[in-house]
Design a protein around this ligand. Structure first.
Ligand code: GLP
Length: 266
C-alpha cells in the first residue's frame, strides 16, 4: 500500500483526480470502478471541471458501480444509479449505458449478482477502482465479517452503516437494510485501487485498514494484499496512523506545507 497524506479534503480530491486523470489520459477507453458516498464526489467534480475546460476527455470510459441498495424503486433519488447519473454520466458526457450499476430491483438478485460479475469480466475487468471507506472499515458494502474472497452478492447493512447513511435519507428507518455489492474478491481483481478518506471520523477505520491485521472485521484491510493500492488521506483521516508508516515527501511537491506521504503508484 502507498499512503499519501495531504492537508485538506480539497487536496485529497485534487491529488486523487490527478492520479485518475493521468490514467484516463493514457487510456481513454479504460474501465473505471466508481464508488458512491460523499468521499469521491470531489474527484468526480474535479474531473468534470477538467472536461469542461477541455483538458480531459471522459466520454469513452466505461464505469462500474460497486453497489446498489435493494428495495428502492428504480429512479429513486437516493439510489446509487441516480447518484451516478447526477455525478458522473451527465457531467462527464457519458452515455448512460456506459455507467453500469448492479440491478438491485430485480426479483432474481442472485442471478443479477452473477450477471454483474460477468459484465465486468466481459468489459475486460476494472482498470482503476476508486474507493471510499465506511467508518466500520467497509468497502463497497462489504461489511465487517464479509468473506475476504467474496464475490458480488446480496448483503445486509449493519446498523452503523445505516446510521451513517441516514443523512442521505429522511431518517435512519428509510435506509434500506440490504444491498447488492461487489465482493472483496471482486474488488481485489481491479488492476489499480485509489482509496480516498477525509475527516477524523474515518481515522480509526483507516488505521485498522493500513496497520491492523488483515481481518474480516476490517474489510478494507484486505487491500494489504493488493499490489497496486494508494490511499489518499487528509490529515484528519490519517491521524490514527502511527509514526513511520511509509510517510516520505512526494517528489516535486516540496515539504513546505505540501502533501507528504509515499509516492503513489503511477
Ligand atoms: C457507502 C458506500 C461505500 C462508501 C462508504 C463511505 O455507504 N457503499 O462505497 O465508500 O459507504 O461513505 P461516505 O463516503 O459517504 O463516507
Amino acid at each position: 500500500m502507498d499512503v499519501v497524506v495531504v492537508p485538506t479534503a480539497v487536496d485529497v480530491a485534487t491529488y486523487a483526480a490527478d492520479l485518475v486523470a493521468a490514467r484516463i489520459a493514457a487510456e481513454p477507453g479504460m474501465v473505471l470502478g466508481v464508488a458512491t458516498g460523499s468521499s469521491p464526489v470531489g474527484i468526480y467534480r474535479e474531473l468534470a471541471r477538467r472536461r469542461t475546460e477541455g483538458t480531459l476527455e471522459l466520454s469513452h470510459l466505461t464505469c462500474f458501480a460497486l453497489d446498489e441498495y435493494v428495495g428502492l424503486a428504480p429512479g429513486h433519488p437516493r439510489s446509487y444509479a441516480a447518484y451516478l447519473d447526477r455525478e458522473i454520466a451527465r457531467p462527464w458526457g457519458l452515455a448512460s449505458s456506459r455507467v453500469r450499476v448492479p440491478e438491485a430491483s430485480r426479483p432474481d438478485l442472485e442471478v443479477a449478482a452473477a450477471e454483474y460479475e460477468q459484465e465486468i469480466a466481459a468489459a475486460g475487468g476494472i482498470d482503476l477502482q476508486i474507493l471510499g471507506i465506511g467508518t466500520n472499515g467497509h468497502i463497497g458494502f462489504n461489511e465487517p465479517i464479509s468473506s475476504l474472497s467474496s464475490r458480488t452478492r446480496v448483503a445486509a447493512l449493519t446498523a452503523q452503516t445505516r446510521t451513517d447513511n441516514a443523512r442521505f435519507f429522511d431518517g435512519p428507518d428509510d435506509v434500506p437494510t440490504r444491498c447488492l455489492t461487489q465482493g472483496l474478491g471482486t474488488i481485489l481483481e481491479a488492476r489499480q485501487v485509489v482509496l480516498v478518506a477525509q475527516g477524523e471520523r474515518k481515522a480509526a477505520a483507516v488505521a485498522a485498514a493500513v496497520e491492523g491485521p488483515v481481518a474480516a472485521r476490517c474489510p478494507a484491510s484486505v487491500l494489504q494484499f493488493h499490489p497496486r493500492t494508494v490511499l489518499v488521506l487528509d490529515e484528519a483521516a490519517a491521524s490514527g496512523l502511527t509514526s513511520g508508516t511509509c510517510l516520505r515527501p512526494v517528489p516535486g511537491r516540496g515539504d513546505g506545507g505540501g502533501p507528504r506521504g509515499s509516492a503513489p503508484a503511477s
